[in-house]
Design a protein around this ligand. Structure first.
Ligand code: TMP
Length: 241
């Protein structure tokens, strides 16, 4: 069988050349990593679950007019996406204290934040994804002020929408990470769209009643039942088949 051309391989996904120009196939692996790749493992079936969960969330976002790279799911582990120029900034949006912000400011995990807090991190494995300010981002040319405006307003819309959607199925959106890309249209216009994935790999999702962790923190902190947690998120969203 002819192999497709592999464009990029990351920690949790592989990108292959798509069937038409301007498209890519995003393949979801079971591999998991944490702490800048110092901890690695395999969560059996994670790729299948994240493919479904991300398809579901990206589709709901498209319905409210939030542009994403997602086109359609192709099979258990693959989805067709639009090829975008990835902006090398991870946008983290936090609603409750957890993880690095809880540690940095000594805030008890789960404490609601006075308002949603947005942080930027420069995507660099070599540097360990350092936190950066808008000044760094624009001065070093990673994104323009206009790009950042679009990323911030899209990010906050996604946050508001996902908080409600997830609370409807008994999940608290503690925090999450988004990636954005530049999509060039046929008439050479550029739009900022959501890229990558939205899944328990890059969201902290807690049971709204018990605060049970139902996300990658189960892997990071060796809490056990990692696969079961991802399955529970998929089940609540109605995408477990
Ligand atoms: P943090 O508390 O470790 O800074 O993480 C905040 C959120 O961002 C959490 O939901 C996990 C997600 N995240 C990623 O998806 N990728 C990353 O490289 C990091 C550092 C965090």
């Amino acid at each position: 069988m002819a192999r497709r051309r592999r464009i990029y391989e990351g920690k949790a996904k592989i990108l292959y050349e798509g069937p038409e120009p301007g498209t890519l196939i995003q393949y979801f692996k079971d591999d998991a990593s944490a702490f800048n790749n110092q901890k690695r493992g395999v969560i059996e079936g994670k790729g299948v679950l994240n493919n479904r969960i991300s398809e579901y969330l990206m589709s709901r976002l498209a319905e409210i007019g939030v542009p994403t790279h997602f086109v359609r799911r192709l099979n258990m582990r693959e989805q067709l996406v639009r090829e975008v120029e990835i902006i090398p900034i991870e946008v983290v949006i936090r609603n409750h204290a957890a993880g690095s912000i809880a540690k940095r400011f000594k805030i008890e995990e789960g404490t609601p934040l006075p308002r949603s807090i947005v942080e930027y991190y420069y995507k660099s494995d070599e540097l360990g994804d350092p936190m950066v300010s808008e000044e760094h981002i624009t001065a070093f040319g990673w994104a323009t002020t206009q790009d950042l405006d679009d990323m911030l307003s899209l990010g906050l819309r996604v946050n508001d929408f996902l908080i409600g959607l997830l609370l409807g199925v008994g999940l608290k959106l503690v925090d999450f990470k988004l990636e954005f890309g530049r999509l060039y249209t046929e008439n050479d216009e550029m739009r900022i769209v959501i890229a990558d994935e939205i899944s328990p790999d890059n969201c902290r999702l807690w049971d709204a009643r018990t605060n049970e962790r139902l996300d990658k923190d189960r892997f990071r902190e060796d809490l056990g039942n990692v696969k079961e947690a991802y399955q529970e998120v998929a089940r609540r969203l109605g995408v477990l088949t």
